[in-house]
Design a protein around this ligand. Structure first.
Ligand code: PHB
Length: 392
């Protein structure tokens, strides 16, 4: 038989159970945004932070009844700090998602935290193929190196280059790129004469460029992460590779929109491959670039687009879950999502949680505004990460 106290308690419990979802609905949805805001990779942080702010100013800060709160943390590009910040965001700040990750080692360091906390981890910047396999909670809006290296190697082979030397940064995305290049280019009948690797930190590219010159290939293929391209291209000009008859091809990381204008006329005509250019011709991109420049006071790079699309993914997933922040449900909601990004049509591969996007072959030209741009002239549509495609 129920006592009065018990009835009261039961009612209380029922009342609080009823109240709980409402109370939870009032809780903000907290995104821990971990970025290199200082140090050698600060351009990544600056672009993503600005893009997140732009997305929120355009789309409001409330989704499905949840206020969106972004907590920015500066990991300075140090992986041990990324991991500690991710843990603090989960434990102290009660983050419902973590996002950012400007370099591959930083994403790899944070992955176990997302798995343990069962919250979505949005990779907005890093590009090594295996990253999304490190946690079922990872979803990526950036790119993978093989995603644009493979179509580029095929394209270069078609241009008639028979011998190539590759020069990449000596860490995971560089190794991904060099491997993808060699496999693809040699399958197309070409030969990679040497695979050179420059250190990631404080690199001096001169000895590697000299080595490449001495090997006399038809072309040199380069990948370095964003922020290092200006020095690379300056040192390449000093070695006069083009004069020696060696064509230079690079991934778009080398000539990103943030640093391209520092490179000067020497890079005019250079051909690169990538998924985003500020000069991409579409109404979505023109609106994005205009709004971004008005708010941030600089033009957006591919890092900015990764951040902008990552915010969209979180907003749309939250709409689908009606504001519920269950991590597995949010990741499920993100799978298969597709939309037109400033970079072109994109989707999240439901099998791999990796981005599917167009790859563009571009040529550096001076735009009508006097600035240098990567002008897209050929499109390879809807490219999936080839490394994960090969594992199917
Ligand atoms: C990476 O560390 O994964 C990375 C960073 C910057 C890039 C490309 C890849 O431009």
């Amino acid at each position: 038989m129920l006592t009065r106290r018990c009835v009261a308690l039961a009612l209380c419990a029922a009342a609080s159970a009823l109240a709980a979802p409402a109370a939870r609905a009032q809780e903000p949805f907290r995104i821990g945004l971990i970025l290199p805001m200082t140090g050698p990779n600060s351009a990544t942080g600056r672009h993503i932070d600005a893009a997140v702010k732009l997305y929120m100013s355009q789309n409001g800060d409330t989704v499905a009844g949840r206020k969106i709160e972004v907590i920015v943390k500066d990991d300075t590009g140090a992986a041990d700090l990324t991991k500690r910040l991710a843990q603090e965001l989960v434990v102290n700040d009660k983050a419902n998602a973590i996002a950012g990750f400007g370099l591959t080692p930083l994403a790899l360091a944070a992955a176990p935290v997302a798995t343990q906390a069962k919250i979505p981890m949005l990779v907005l910047a890093a590009g090594t193929a295996i990253i999304t396999e490190q946690s079922p909670f990872i979803v990526r809006t950036s790119f993978t190196l093989p995603q644009y290296t493979v179509p580029f190697a095929e394209w270069i082979a078609k241009q008639g280059s028979r011998t190539v030397v590759t020069l990449v940064s000596d860490y995971a995305p560089g190794l991904d790129s060099a491997k993808a290049f060699k496999e693809t280019f040699e399958k197309a009948g070409g030969k990679v004469l040497d695979e050179l690797r420059a250190p990631l930190r404080s690199p001096d590219f001169s000895p590697f460029l000299q080595k490449a010159r001495d090997l006399k290939p038809d072309a040199l293929f380069i990948f370095v992460p964003n922020g290092q391209g200006a020095q690379m291209m300056k040192q390449a000009a000093e070695r006069e590779l083009e004069k020696a008859g060696i064509k230079i091809y690079a991934t778009g990381d080398v000539t990103d929109d943030d640093s391209l204008n520092e490179m000067g006329d020497g890079v005019l005509g250079m051909i690169t491959a990538h998924h985003y250019s500020a000069a991409h011709k579409s109404p979505e991109n023109e609106a994005f670039v205009k709004a971004f420049k008005a708010q941030a006071k600089f033009r957006p790079s591919f890092m900015a687009v990764g951040g902008y699309d990552g915010m969209r993914l979180i907003y749309e997933a939250l709409k689908k879950t009606n504001g519920a922040s269950d991590g597995a449900a949010l990741v499920e909601a993100m799978k298969g999502m597709s939309w037109t990004s400033p970079r072109g049509p994109i989707s999240i591969d439901p099998r791999t949680r990796d981005i599917v996007q167009n790859v563009y072959i571009r040529k550096i030209e001076r735009g009508a505004d006097g600035e240098l741009y990567n002008m897209e002239f050929e499109t390879i549509p809807n490219v999936k990460d080839p490394v994960k495609e090969a594992k199917k």
